[in-house]
Write a protein that binds this ligand. Structure first.
Ligand code: CIR
Length: 256
């Protein structure tokens, strides 16, 4: 059984952090409907959705992925790079504490979960505007006893590592090569986003199904052409807050 931890869209979403996209009006009701459709999709794909209540004083709290990273052995509680997001981790830590022993990133380390790509025993961490070297070193120390190898990857031009690269299968990645160096990913087969869809590299792999934004049909075709089953979700409204499909859940595998 898989649990998907999600969080209701905050009333304050319009005050979200923005780094690479211009602020435009967000339709809160539509964002909520789209988020509910996303939760239904996860449920259809076998997840028990555990929805945390909204935090109306935390605009970005729907993006639970940034608050933690879940491994089979432990859950890492992040220390988000944006000061305004640090309060988000408490409720997420409380929820995860029932499933995993917790480890916490401490100052001066910063880490956003969106910068952490786990591929088997290899863990790639984006050195971004949100995640610093000390945060990455702390993760390396926490994971060493469990046999994971941690590699830092420079991220430039997008918010998080997983804005630029996500996992399609154990040996295959979906990537936008313009935002990250590809050398660290030499062992993987790469599916490139369509050049007209630069934000299309964020896909959520659930079992062997790819949950993917409806807004990127050209890249979706490329993924399907490799034989993957893709299930779309409407993700346009939360994309205005610079969020994608991985950001809106934390998947806890092997839970009852
Ligand atoms: C932020 O800037 O932190 C939010 N507005 C968006 C976070 C998206 N999270 C993610 O890609 N993991």
């Amino acid at each position: 059984m898989r649990v998907a931890i999600t969080r209701e869209v905050s009333e304050g979403l319009a005050r979200c952090e923005l780094t690479h996209v211009a602020r435009i009006e967000i339709d809160l009701a539509l964002a909520r409907r789209q988020h509910e459709a996303y939760e239904r999709r996860l449920a259809e794909l076998g997840c028990r959705v555990e929805r945390l209540p909204a935090a109306d004083d935390m605009p970005d709290s729907v993006f639970v992925e940034d608050a933690a990273v879940v491994f089979d052995e432990i859950a890492l509680i992040a220390r988000p790079g944006a000061q305004a997001r640090r309060g988000e981790v408490a409720a997420v830590a409380e929820a995860l504490g029932t499933y995993r022993p917790l480890r916490r990133i401490e100052p001066p380390g910063t880490l956003d979960g969106g910068d952490v790509l786990v591929a088997g025993r290899r863990v790639f961490i984006g050195r971004s505007s949100r995640t610093n070297r000390d945060g990455i070193d702390q993760v390396r120390r926490f994971l060493a006893p469990h046999g994971y190898a941690v590699e830092a990857v420079g991220v430039a031009g997008c918010l998080h590592l997983k804005s630029a690269v996500t996992l399609l299968a154990a040996d295959m990645l979906l990537a936008n090569r313009t935002w990250i160096p590809m050398e660290p990913f030499g062992a993987f087969e790469i599916v490139d986003v369509d050049p007209a869809e630069p934000l299309g590299a964020n896909a959520l792999l659930l079992g062997d199904t790819i949950v993917y934004p409806a807004e990127f049909p050209r890249t979706r075709e490329r993924i399907e052409a490799r034989g993957f089953t893709v299930r779309t979700v409407p993700a346009g409204e939360l994309a205005k807050a610079e969020g994608g499909v991985t950001c809106c859940s934390l998947i806890v595998s092997g839970s009852r």
